[in-house]
Design a protein around this ligand. Structure first.
Ligand code: RIB
Ligand code: CA
Length: 304
């Protein structure tokens, strides 16, 4: 039976690939997509999401617009790796009338809630708002798999990964809610680089969604090659979706993870008790290794 999931996205190239994979992989049932600020302003991330949904032939999946800014702080500058507008035709599709936080409350209080994993791939503002409005949903969300954080080094500051730095207060609310969390941080996404050849191969799979994913991945990979001198690029959010298809691709270690809210140089850091020496009870399963070959298999099988 396919695994039910809700994606929360700030589309973004890698979010787009994650949506296509989640929407087309036979082992997953994508229940809804909620959208947040992040890679761009909400108007851009929402527009991008609708473009992907329509061009990727996923128009049966409801899309809910969400938070347009962090809970407390001002928005941080967007990431240069992301295109502001995806190179896809503009969409005629419209989001649902309900806002993302309200939808999450209704959905998780409904009978189907406890069997649906929540998958935040951007700043965690939407779920944080929902948890503040209706704390009971914390007991109804069976698990969270999130692309967020880093236990060693960030990508937006030396301390912080983008999704957490973009709304640390929201991440704090989510990470302290008592919901089982698997954290797919930068240490694992960096172990699953894609090359231009991988993207080219994917484009030959014969589906419109593989062709779209291939074009988007090429753009992302080129950014990493041209700007960082890497051999390949990180398609961060797709890694987290692949781990929902086959959790065995990810080796995790239980750790206590706290979100730094105040540090001048460390705000947004996911402060992980890596050795367990500090004896705080673990609240997060932190990804430490990914099976890159299996990740590629899942990506190709899902998009084919
Ligand atoms: O740091 C990587 C994350 O930031 C990804 O989710 C990307 O889409 C951006 O949101
Ligand atoms: Ca994202």
């Amino acid at each position: 039976m396919p695994k039910k999931i809700i994606l929360d996205v700030d589309t973004g190239g890698d979010d787009a690939v994650a949506i296509l994979l989640a929407g087309h992989h036979p082992e997953l049932q994508l229940e809804a997509v909620t959208v947040t600020h992040g890679n761009g302003p909400l108007l851009t991330t929402l527009d991008n999401t609708l473009r992907v949904i329509e061009a990727g032939e996923l128009s049966h999946i409801p899309v809910f617009s969400g938070a347009d800014r962090p809970i407390v702080a001002d928005p941080i500058p967007t990431k240069p790796v992301q295109r502001s507008m995806l190179p896809l035709p503009s969409s005629t599709f419209t989001p649902q009338p309900q806002r993302a936080a309200e939808f999450l409350i209704d959905y998780y209080l409904s009978p189907q809630g406890p069997s649906t994993c929540y998958v935040p791939l951007g700043p965690q503002t939407n779920l944080a708002l929902a948890l503040r409005l209706e704390p009971k949903i914390a007991e109804r969300i069976p698990s969270i798999t999130t692309m967020a954080g880093a236990y060693i080094e960030g990508n937006t500051t030396p301390s912080a990964e983008f999704n957490v730095l973009a709304d640390p207060e929201a991440a704090h609310i989510v990470f302290t809610a008592g919901i089982p969390i698997t954290m797919f941080g930068l240490e694992v996404t960096a172990q699953a680089l894609l090359s231009l050849d991988d993207a080219e191969e994917l484009g030959k799979r014969g589906t419109i969604w593989a062709e779209i994913a291939s074009r988007i991945i090429k753009d992302e990979v080129l950014w990493f090659m041209n700007n960082l001198g890497w051999d390949g690029g990180q398609i961060y959010d797709a890694c987290a979706v692949a781990a929902l298809v086959d959790p065995l691709i990810l080796e995790t270690q239980p750790m206590h993870v706290a979100i730094e809210l105040f540090g001048q140089h460390s705000r947004g850091r996911t402060v992980a008790d890596i050795s367990g020496y500090h004896k705080n009870p673990p609240n997060v399963n932190v990804g430490v290794r990914i099976d890159r070959d299996r990740f590629m298999e899942i990506l190709f099988e899902g998009l084919s």
